[in-house]
Design a protein around this ligand. Structure first.
Ligand code: AMP
Length: 209
């Protein structure tokens, strides 16, 4: 199955995608993680895209599509859960050329829940696992439960960058919802409880897809 998980920053895309990966046995591909990996390794591409990522603006379609294409190639036959792409209608059209998508899960989460979530988010430097200082605490403070890696707060999870990311989402990404709705591929998932058990949302997604 080829799934896109879509929604504003902080809607839980990464959390749900990694749990779906386990349930469905297909790869979770996050373009945000691919971007951070390029930056961490300070590749020539990483150096070019760092300024976009740290300010919360979008990496140009051409560059991000090139990064995705490379990663997606090995998963085309097995299927995948794609998170963080497409974020513009242009990218949705590019994706159609690379792979046919079976379903798009659209997460609907109010802005106040998003800001609360993102300001408390922690991520593992090593394996990318996501935690929350309030709702999904690690067993040992500052350490990843899965691999023992160090947990960090993303530079783009500061209030002013969060606001910019939400603005970018409304302008560039909401038209993507209309694009997929018109193609009858969209499944809406509504979640307005900041303390919801992620497994319950994953159950909801499994029923919808
Ligand atoms: P994320 O972890 O999905 O919030 O992505 C972090 C950052 O990576 C974004 O703020 C963008 O700068 C960049 N990025 C990730 N995916 C895309 C995409 N599909 N198009 C453009 N920029 C992206």
């Amino acid at each position: 199955m080829r799934i896109v998980i879509f929604g504003p920053p902080g809607s839980g895309k990464g959390t749900y995608a990694s749990r779906l990966e386990k349930r469905l046995g297909i790869a979770h591909i996050s373009t945000g993680d691919l971007v951070r990996e390029e930056i961490r390794n300070q590749t020539p591409l990483g150096k070019t895209i760092e300024k976009y990522s740290s300010s919360g603006t979008l990496v140009p379609d051409k560059i991000i599509t090139q990064i995705l294409k490379k990663r997606l190639a090995s998963e085309l036959s097995r299927g995948f859960i794609l998170e963080g792409y497409p974020r513009t209608v242009g990218q949705a059209k590019e994706l159609k050329k690379i792979a046919n998508i079976d379903v798009v899960v659209n997460l609907n989460v109010p802005d106040n829940v998003i800001v609360k979530r993102l300001s408390a988010r922690l991520q593992c430097k090593n394996c990318g696992a996501i935690y929350n200082e309030i709702t999904m605490k690690p067993k040992v403070a500052g350490k990843c439960d899965k691999c023992g890696g160090e947990l960090f707060k993303r530079v783009d999870d500061q209030p002013e960058v969060i606001r910019e990311r939400l603005k970018v989402y409304q302008e560039a990404s909401e038209p993507v919802v209309d694009y997929y709705r018109s193609k009858n591929l969209l499944k809406d998932i509504v979640n307005d409880d900041p303390n919801v058990d992620p497994e319950k949302v994953v159950d909801q997604i499994m029923k919808a897809i």
